[in-house]
Design a protein around this ligand. Structure first.
Ligand SMILES: Cc1cc2nc3c(=O)[nH]c(=O)nc-3n(C[C@H](O)[C@H](O)[C@H](O)COP(=O)(O)OP(=O)(O)OC[C@H]3O[C@@H](n4cnc5c(N)ncnc54)[C@H](O)[C@@H]3O)c2cc1C
Length: 575
């Protein structure tokens, strides 16, 4: 690191050493000098095994979504939303990784791609056909390497599958390590059977070939199968492929303002240990601070709706109405039953020493795995017929292969050594929109986050149908159910009761995006063009989940990596 506080100049200054930030920085640093500014540090120190060991991915305490969550401010931004008026007035703690690796260091590791239709929609919306599935496939392949399943080690004959050998280009050996769980939770195999009973067969290709709707599969995960540890953007882009010579990482350093000379981004004001200094960018500033951090930093730097900027006496650099708007989020709710089948959570709770031994000696057992089975569908006609006309019309915006609901089969330790079977549903075509704005010009004041949950009544209608389908799936395997339903509970029967339940119980699945949406010039939601360049200024791009034009169906991390690779390639080739 250069002498502290010295003005330093780089070709590129990347704000945020998260999922997208480290990926794009690592590629650019092979041909140029690059500074990465990251507010957090090293997750092995600040979150220990909770981040590293796959089996703990869903057990990180600060993923609690209530405002009284146990804090770990070394790792998390401590974002809490405004009360969600249509979701029981609840305030939601929305965890976001603050560490090298960003949210890829705390996420739940599911790794798959969206659909042909979704990426075609992206291409059409932004007016750039380089975003179709076939055109972005090379960047998916460049970012991630997939190992074939290890069936002998998996040793679960009722959880075998076929997959698409061509989905990953093993020859390119992308840095993110992707694999199928080497240990399968027995309860999940039962729940998978329940989901299949809905008429959603197991896919022969898996979930990385552009097809999701109407099928399901054991999902690939961002886990390195060689040592059964999390593959984050840091272990992959900074360690697996080596730290490129041109890369300088400023960790524990916060970006407080993007600096402009006239309309050109020329650097970033940063703070380390309360000391402020400037990093100058000869070519570009790249903003990768995430779905909440990126719009927040744009706003305090003078890019956003003029009315908001004027209110806080922030000089307007670019009047862009879309900054912080168009927040997409996927709501998530669960059917929970005590079940008679064994589970990983139960095994860990009953005999932690055995689970530890299996993990450390064999890289196997419940701690080695997040072995979810995931399925997607459009709500079938029998339930769809109950939708209002407005909901049916609104859902027509989504392409034919874009699912409306995702089902995830999971399991957890229950009370007194029991197992809880968890079948969740989440809305993959949400129609409510939230926003991110500011209440102060001071970058240290947290942004105002309104998730907008259930503000479009269509989401309530789809959620009711989704919950009924998940319950139907669970009831098809009633032989493993023990006692009454734990959640929502047998008393929750009518549509009105189910709606009240989901509004009060739904949480995020942490897939927020699109707050600095990509789009065509003139589109009032658009903040960046298809090359991720911010409208109205020079030398500034936004590259992260905030720059998506919408949240893709399913789990987005593979698409975040793809976008980082695509924009890095465009910058390097000057396209
Ligand atoms: C709990 C959780 C579970 C999830 N599960 C899954 C899953 O199973 N599968 C999946 O595909 N996706 C999952 N996701 C979503 C996925 O991880 C995110 O969409 C993705 O990681 C976002 O990448 P990003 O680059 O946009 O932001 P991030 O990875 O969050 O990176 C933003 C970075 O910017 C830094 N930063 C922000 N502001 C500043 C500043 N002012 N100065 C310096 N640094 C700053 C942050 O500290 C962070 O490191 C999950 C997310 C979470 C939080």
């Amino acid at each position: 690191q250069p002498a502290f506080g010295q003005p330093v100049t780089y070709d590129y200054v990347v704000i945020g050493g998260g999922t997208a930030g480290l990926a794009i920085a690592s590629r650019l640093a092979q041909v140029a000098s690059v500074a990465v500014i990251e507010a957090g540090g090293f997750y092995e120190q600040d979150n220990g095994n909770l981040s590293t060991i796959p089996g703990y991915a869903t057990a990180i305490p600060f993923l609690d979504t209530t405002p009284s969550y146990p804090r770990n401010s070394l790792m998390d931004w401590d974002y809490v939303s405004v009360p969600q008026t249509e979701a029981g007035g609840r305030q939601i703690h929305y965890a976001q990784g603050k560490t090298l690796g960003g949210s890829s260091a705390i996420n739940t590791l599911a790794f798959h791609r969206a659909t042909y239709g979704a990426y075609q929609k992206w291409a059409d919306l932004v007016g750039d056909q380089s975003y179709t599935f076939w055109n972005i496939l090379p960047f998916f392949k460049k970012s991630a390497f997939s190992y074939p399943p290890n069936f002998p080690k998996r040793n679960t004959p009722n959880a075998t599958f076929t997959y698409d050998l061509t989905a990953f280009n093993d020859f390119l050996r992308g840095p993110v390590q992707v694999s199928w769980a080497q240990w399968v939770d027995p309860t999940i195999t039962w729940l998978a059977k329940g989901i299949r009973s809905l008429g959603l067969p197991q896919s022969v290709l898996g979930l990385n070939s552009g097809f999701l709707t109407g099928t399901g599969a054991y999902v690939t995960t961002s886990v390195d199968p060689c040592d059964a540890t999390r593959s984050s953007s840091r272990t992959s882009y900074m360690e697996k492929i080596g730290v490129p010579a041109g890369l300088q990482v400023y960790h524990h350093t916060r970006a407080t303002k993007i600096l402009f000379s006239s309309k050109r981004a020329k650097g970033v004001q940063v703070t380390t240990n309360d000391k402020s200094y400037t990093l100058t960018a000869k070519r570009e500033v790249i903003l990768s601070a995430g779905v909440f951090g990126s719009p927040h930093l744009l706003l305090v730097s003078g890019i956003g709706p003029a009315a908001t900027l004027n209110k806080y006496n922030i000089p307007v650099i670019s009047n862009l109405a879309g900054v912080g708007q168009n927040l997409w989020d996927q709501l998530y709710f669960q059917i929970i039953n005590v079940v008679s089948t064994p589970s990983g959570g139960q095994e860990i709770a009953l005999d932690p020493a055995k689970a530890n031994k299996q993990y450390y000696k064999q890289q196997w057992g419940p701690l080695s795995s997040v072995s979810a089975y995931i399925s997607f569908e459009k709500i079938p006609s029998t339930l769809r017929s109950t939708f209002s006309r407005a909901t049916k019309v609104a859902l027509e915006w989504f392409p034919a292969d874009w699912p409306e609901v995702e089902y995830v089969a999971g399991a957890a330790a229950g009370p007194n050594g029991s197992t809880l079977g968890v079948l969740s549903a989440s809305l993959t075509a949400p129609l409510s929109r939230g926003s991110v704005t500011i209440k102060s010009a001071d970058p240290a004041t947290p942004p105002v986050i309104d998730l907008g949950w259930f503000t479009n009544p269509a989401d309530g209608e789809v959620a009711v149908a989704g919950l009924k389908r998940a319950r139907q799936a669970f009831n098809s395997i009633s032989s493993i159910k023990v006692g009454p339903e734990v959640a929502p509970g047998d008393a929750v029967k009518t549509d009105a009761q189910i709606l009240a339940f989901v509004k009060n119980a739904a949480t995020q699945i942490w897939h927020a995006g699109a707050t600095c949406s990509m789009g065509k010039n003139g589109d009032k939601r658009a903040v960046v063009d298809s090359r991720a360049k911010v409208f109205g200024v020079e030398g500034l791009r936004v590259v992260d989940a905030s720059a998506f034009p919408f949240m893709v169906p399913g789990h987005p991390q593979s698409t975040v990596y793809m976008l980082a690779e695509k924009i890095a390639d465009a910058i390097i080739k000057r396209r």
